[in-house]
Design a protein around this ligand. Structure first.
Ligand code: ZN
Length: 286
């Protein structure tokens, strides 16, 4: 299943992307893609059954319909830093001995085709294509062996970052990661059966049509079972929480000289099996 959400900001309804690429509204099923939905795998079975009973009678969404973030109100948005050996190298940082864990404010979450706003006083807004996943069953002290039982699905994330806020202003990375629109999620959550080997997914990002990132999840230092197990030592991972697993090389900060986003730029990205997203860069005029 490919679970998406559609509609105006704050009024999103659940939908699905079907195998033929068409999108349908499933608000008649009565659940949004939120903590309650992801907490029980039986909900997917019920959804499948409900769809088969509808047999083709679901309302088809016009391609102009806005897509919202594909997970409704995650309780946490946790990120992993420097999780690709080749990205750690370009950032001039050592390969970490343990996963680098940081938070991103959930208010940064937006739809996959919404514009990204350059914050006021920003000169270093940067991109990061990332493989993210959503937690199903609650996880506490989970072994690596059992970790994937707690993952409900996978999604595309652009972990936008303001490098000066992140690295030059002291304190935690969270300041450079949390600006509004800095976390486009989607187009959809793919359930695990939709994907092949999650440790071998191609991922890419372009700016104005020029390739900047071209990597593979095979280059992760700490894989997803390790990350679930590790994080669950320190906190409860709750149904609907989203965890983003780090970015491959090719971020703006890594170029000589560095390249940062300007209003008018267009960022496009994708991961094999998880679709594509696109953000037009605008200034924050609020
Ligand atoms: Zn990141």
């Amino acid at each position: 299943m490919k679970l998406l959400r559609h509609g105006n900001i704050g009024e999103e309804k659940p939908g699905l992307e079907l195998a033929d690429g068409s999108r349908v509204d499933v608000s008649g099923f009565g659940m949004d893609w939120d903590s309650a939905f992801f907490s029980d795998p039986e909900n997917l079975t019920r959804l499948e059954q409900w769809i088969s009973e509808k047999s083709g009678a679901l309302p088809v969404l016009d391609s102009s319909v806005r897509l919202g973030p594909c997970v409704a109100t995650p309780g946490k948005l946790i990120c992993i830093g420097l999780n690709y050996s080749d990205h750690a190298e370009e950032a001039g940082m050592d390969i970490p001995a343990e996963p680098i864990v940081f938070f991103k404010a959930t208010s940064a979450i937006c739809g996959p085709f919404d514009p990204v706003m350059i914050p006021k006083n920003s000169e270093k807004t940067d991109w990061e294509v990332e493989l993210a996943f959503v937690i199903g069953k609650r996880a506490n002290y989970v072994s690596e062996e059992d970790a994937l039982d707690h993952v409900a699905g996978y999604l595309l994330h652009n972990d936008y970052s303001e490098r000066a806020f992140q690295l030059e202003r002291g304190g935690q990375w969270v300041k450079g990661k949390s600006c509004d629109t800095f976390a486009p999620l989607g187009p959809y959550v793919a359930t695990p059966d939709e994907l092949g080997d999650i440790n071998d997914l191609d991922m890419w990002l372009t700016v104005n049509g020029e390739t900047k990132q071209n990597g593979s999840s095979s280059k992760m230092i700490f894989d997803i079972p390790k990350l679930v197990s590790h994080l669950s030592e320190f906190m409860s991972l709750m149904p609907g929480d989203v965890i983003s697993t780090g970015t491959p090389p090719g971020v703006g900060m890594g170029f000589q000289p560095p390249q940062y986003l300007q209003p008018g730029d267009v960022v496009e990205l994708g991961i094999a099996g998880l679709g594509q997203s696109r953000q037009e860069v605008i200034a924050d005029e609020r």
